[in-house]
Design a protein around this ligand. Structure first.
Ligand SMILES: Nc1nc2c(c(=O)[nH]1)N[C@H]1C(S)=C(S)[C@@H](COP(=O)(O)OP(=O)(O)OC[C@H]3O[C@@H](n4cnc5c(=O)[nH]c(N)nc54)[C@H](O)[C@@H]3O)O[C@H]1N2
Ligand SMILES: Nc1nc2c(c(=O)[nH]1)N[C@H]1C(S)=C(S)[C@@H](COP(=O)(O)OP(=O)(O)OC[C@H]3O[C@@H](n4cnc5c(=O)[nH]c(N)nc54)[C@H](O)[C@@H]3O)O[C@H]1N2
Ligand code: SF4
Ligand SMILES: [Mo]
Length: 710
């Protein structure tokens, strides 16, 4: 039945972030000029409690933006992108790929995916890369998102599920330590879950800026710790030192459930709060007070429960994995993980940032969070795919290493991009753009002409959220149904169809299903027995309203809202504490670059802004980038409100109007990364990456700033 024939609202979830706020979409009876093709209304749901942010409310506007892509584009001999038929575009891609691979080998083609893709698309993209293209080079933008938290979670708990508990559990907590997250702007409806901790005076926000979230900790509701950027790890060592020194570690829990405690205790012995104050700028008394607030809330001391949460501010660093390990060490010392009402969690960011990291877009991974180097895992997936195990390539490399191979001799000659606007969102974007331009073939699938699509040799127009079916896995590991409410515009195809057609043209005999329901059935088989086991998650159960959290190994399994209650996912079931040491910011302050640039988000824009910059209401509310500067610093440099400010690092520079503020440290300036061109913060940021997770250091680099004279 065509959904457009119905006037009943279609229940679905927001296209943007991992909170996946529930909404209902209705085709308007009569469409007014300028009105989007669907009306959006919030739906009551545990994570959003009937709330939506401004991006959610306006999300339907992207469905028919004036420059919506509705036909394939192919670059002609004169270098212009021109409309082409689907057959011509797909034939061209297949023949160029075949020629390049014949000359340079299978691995000369790379694939870059996204955490916005449905589970079905993420799964099929991984299969397309390994089976149809036969390349080992696939990775995705989740590498820039939560990969440090994933790596640290895996090594401590043996399983990485961003929140190993339902988000609503936060409401009962007496204290929450939130390090480097600004949900008041990035997930506004989530703020309601912080109310319990605020009421107990237990919300502790760590951010070099006094953000809207930090302000929630005012007036007895909690504390705002404002460290020097890049020093979270030192601060965490100080907090851990204070917990041990006060005798507040949960000795029974540690003895029963955790390995490695003594080594970690020794490793923090020298991090007394006065020393940590010198390195971070956070007063020693505040460090001791924060540790005491958390300890009093911990279940071992009779408190109501406590959580340690990390956001991108703690994670997007060249040593982000170690920082998250320090946060997990603190949570373990307090006896939080694996207990109802307490825990550690990473606040996953993208709509399907969780599911997108489970089904094979990651360079070293097969579906079900299986390792591509594990022979049993390979054999299982090969059987589902109907291919010989030996034909599945080995591991590729994380995104930043993949980009470094683009257009290099013996490197990658071609790249497929599905769900990322790289040239705006990747650090040292100017270098990346030059590499993309030098490729023999760049294929970009998108529904808007993003800045990256503008560089492509072939652009393929695809469906968007309200035009497609599929599943998404939210930040709490709960699988949700994305439903089609409207027909896609003529000329637009789903990526499942594109991969099917390209695989056939490339002579690949494996099956590529085009119906998302069939793909889900295959994904369930492929993930069965893996860490992220979806075997029991059927559309019927989701449609019946069951709240299904993975792992859910069979149709009569209730799913797993809370992981680790009995044991952690490690071989012996015990969590692992590991000593970690602080390292300076990769691109640290020096005479010619005396300030730290930190980057992040504003409420109105999503990521590279490809979608939200096209929504009139959002663009009007947040039309340009800005440089947030402390008033003292601005005064010293003769910069007034609104002056154009040039921000320069060793990579390059960008320009945006000054926004003077008392809410940021004088040694720090802040920019959002949502804007392209001359305003692009990523022309300035540092590509140095974490050796364990591959996460680049987008959160901090050394810059100079100056008022730009016309
Ligand atoms: N409006 C909006 N919402 C979004 C998104 C969006 O683009 N726009 N994207 C979604 C996605 S994919 C993600 S990953 C999440 C991100 O969600 P968040 O992690 O909440 O967002 P950010 O603004 O990137 O970073 C949070 C804070 O980190 C601080 N910070 C910078 N450097 C440091 C540091 O060294 N230490 C500490 N402690 N803090 C630091 C910044 O000042 C910033 O306030 O948001 C999701 N929601
Ligand atoms: N300086 C700095 N840089 C950052 C960050 C930061 O905090 N600071 N944060 C990083 C983080 S956490 C993230 S997640 C990245 C995100 O950055 P990007 O990877 O650029 O993410 P988006 O802007 O969401 O790009 C998604 C693109 O795909 C399109 N799209 C959406 N859905 C689909 C789909 O289903 N199929 C296809 N084919 N296309 C689709 C959209 O129109 C858009 O053009 O940015 C990272 N870059
Ligand atoms: S918080 Fe996230 S999921 Fe909710 S409406 Fe806003 S963008 Fe959409
Ligand atoms: Mo992200």
């Amino acid at each position: 039945m065509s959904a457009t024939a119905r006037h009943d609202p279609t229940p679905t979830h927001c296209p943007y972030c991992a909170l996946q706020c529930a909404m209902a979409l209705t085709v308007p009876e009569q469409r007014r000029p300028g009105q989007p093709p669907l009306e959006v209304a919030p739906r009551d749901f545990p994570t959003n409690g009937g709330g939506l942010c401004q991006k959610g409310w306006t999300s339907a506007a992207v469905l028919d933006v004036p420059d919506r892509l509705t036909e394939p584009l192919v670059r002609d001999a004169a270098g212009e992108l021109r409309p082409a038929s689907w057959d011509d575009a797909l034939d061209l891609i297949a023949s160029r790929v075949s020629e390049l691979q014949a000359e340079h080998g299978k691995d000369c083609v790379g694939v870059f995916g996204g955490g916005g893709l449905t589970n079905e698309k993420a799964y099929t993209l991984g299969k397309f890369a390994r089976v149809a293209l036969g390349t080992r080079f696939i990775d995705y933008n989740g590498r820039f998102c939560m990969s440090s938290a994933a790596a640290a979670g895996n090594r401590a708990f043996g399983i990485d599920r961003g929140l190993p508990f339902p988000l609503t559990d936060l409401a009962g907590a007496q204290a929450i330590l939130l390090i480097g997250g600004n949900p008041a702007e990035t997930m506004p409806p989530m703020v309601r879950h912080l109310a319990g901790a605020r009421r107990h005076g237990g919300l502790i926000v760590v951010d070099p800026r006094r953000t809207a979230t930090a302000a929630l900790a005012d007036a007895g509701a909690g504390m705002h710790l404002q460290p020097l950027p890049g020093t979270d790890l030192v601060l965490l060592l100080g907090l851990l030192h204070a917990v041990f020194a006060a005798g507040d570690a949960d000795a029974d829990y540690l003895a029963e459930r955790v390995n490695g405690v003594d080594e970690v205790r020794r490793s923090v012995a020298a991090h007394w709060p006065e020393r940590v104050e010198r390195e971070t700028g956070v007063p020693a008394a505040e460090i001791r007070r924060a540790a005491a607030v958390l300890a009093a809330a911990a279940p071992g001391s009779g408190g109501r429960g406590a959580y340690v949460l990390t956001g991108r501010g703690a994670e997007q660093h060249a040593h982000g994995t170690d920082t998250v390990s320090a946060a997990i060490n603190l949570a373990l010392a307090l006896g939080l993980p694996g207990r109802v009402g307490s825990g550690y969690g990473c606040i996953t960011g993208q709509g399907n940032g969780q599911g997108g990291r489970e089904h094979g877009q990651k360079s070293d991974q097969l579906p079900g969070y299986r390792s591509i180097t594990d022979s049993k895992a390979r054999a299982h997936v090969a059987a589902v795919w109907g291919v010989p195990e030996s034909s599945i390539p080995g591991p590729g490399v994380p995104a930043m290493q993949l980009f470094a191979k683009l257009a290099e001799p013996d490197g990658l000659r071609a790249l497929f991009v599905h769900g990322s606007n790289l040239v705006v969102s990747v650090p040292d974007a100017t270098d990346l753009e030059a590499r993309l331009r030098r490729l023999d073939l760049l294929v970009v699938c998108d529904f808007v002409p993003s800045e990256t699509a503008a560089l492509a040799d072939v652009v393929l127009p695809v469906t968007q959220w309200a035009e497609e079916e599929g599943t998404m896995t939210s930040l709490e590991g709960r699988v949700l149904r994305r439903r089609r409410a409207i027909e896609p515009p003529a000329g637009v195809r789903s990526e499942l169809e594109i991969w099917h057609d390209l695989a056939a043209r490339l002579g690949c005999r494996a099956t590529f299903a085009t119906d998302p329901a069939h793909v889900l059935d295959e994904l369930r088989l492929a993930s069965s027995g893996g860490i992220a086991d979806y075997a029991g998650i059927s559309l019927e159960r989701l449609d019946a309203g069951e709240a299904l959290y993975w792992p859910c190994p069979s149709e009569n399994h209730p799913g797993t809202p809370r992981l680790f209650l009995d044991r952690f996912g490690t071989p012996d079931g015990r969590a692992v504490m590991r000593p970690v040491a602080a390292t300076p910011v990769a691109d640290d302050l020096r005479a010619e670059a005396p300030l730290y640039l930190v980057t992040g988000r504003v409420m109105q824009h999503y990521q590279s802004g490809a979608q939200t910059r096209r929504v009139a209401e959002l663009a009007a509310a947040s039309p340009t980038s800005f440089v947030q500067i402390n008033r003292l610093t601005a005064g010293r440099l003769g910069i007034d409100e609104g002056d154009p400010v040039e921000v320069t690092s060793a990579r390059g520079s960008c320009v945006a109007p000054a926004r003077l503020s008392a809410d940021i440290r004088p040694d720090v300036v802040f920019m959002p990364f949502h804007y392209p061109g001359a305003e692009s913060a990523n022309a300035v940021t540092n590509p140095a990456a974490d050796p364990i997770s591959g996460m680049p250091e987008v959160k901090v680099c050394a810059v100079s700033i100056a008022r730009r004279t016309p």
